[in-house]
Design a binder for this molecule. Structure first.
Ligand SMILES: Cc1cc2nc3c(=O)[nH]c(=O)nc-3n(C[C@H](O)[C@H](O)[C@H](O)COP(=O)(O)O)c2cc1C
Length: 206
């Protein structure tokens, strides 16, 4: 059973790498983490898809949401979930098609509600990797909020792409932000590997 799970994970990882899902960065903390805890309470902004997903089945809470909640618990930060009903009830196969089209068209899907970022110096931005970077709705958030001058910590869950192009995309959106400490973890591992998240968070002084 365990062997089958490992083979399935390997097949998905290879497939996602080969299908242009872009393994440009390793699946681990790959940027020098500085001590940012002294910059005050952080805001953790994230998107996560509950429902049918790779290797974890049909889940009530998405993989990135679990990591985001752990970050909030470990840092004492606030969270803002980028929510949309657009993907509700879609299978992962359907989602791949919808999200690919969104990426190709450079769409900026709407999300529900919003958050005032002005009181935060440190902002974590997280999401799953969809086709090599964050889902387009995360770009909608980034387009709407000027985070130049702030410290931004990108994070992602994925299966073969690590951080994909997320760091470049965040740096591109905010050329005058300090982008540090980026971290990724495999989505199917988040339920059993809080220790990796903790090591990363503690490494930034929290
Ligand atoms: C539409 C779609 C596209 C995906 N594209 C990639 C990808 O390019 N690379 C990768 O490693 N994983 C990819 N995945 C897997 C997700 O990144 C992974 O399952 C992630 O942990 C899901 O997080 P969530 O539960 O927070 O949404 C994709 C998943 C979906 C549904």
């Amino acid at each position: 059973m365990r062997a089958r799970a490992i083979i399935a994970a390997a097949v998905v990882a290879v497939a996602m790498t080969l299908t242009g899902c872009g393994a440009s960065r390793p699946a681990a903390t790959d940027m020098v983490a500085t001590d940012i805890a002294s910059e005050g309470k952080p805001l953790i902004v994230y998107f996560s898809h509950a429902g049918d997903n790779y290797l974890v089945g049909n889940v009530d809470t998405g993989n990135t949401a679990i990591v985001a909640r752990q970050i909030a618990e470990m840092t004492g930060g606030d969270t803002f979930e980028i929510k949309t009903s657009r993907y509700d009830g879609k299978t992962k196969r359907e989602l791949r098609g919808i999200s690919k089209e969104e990426s190709e068209k450079g769409e900026l899907p709407e999300y529900e509600g919003d958050v005032d970022v002005s009181g935060y110096k440190v902002i974590f931005i997280g999401g799953p990797i969809w086709h090599g970077t964050y889902p387009r709705v995360v770009f909608t958030f980034m387009r709407r909020h000027d985070l130049n001058g702030k410290t931004i910590v990108p994070f992602a869950t994925s299966e073969g792409s690590g951080l994909g192009r997320t760091v470049e995309d965040v740096e591109g959106a905010y050329p005058r932000a300090k982008v540090v400490g980026a971290f990724s973890i495999k989505g199917h591992k988040v339920r059993g590997d809080k220790a990796s998240v903790e090591a990363w968070i503690r490494g930034m002084g929290y």
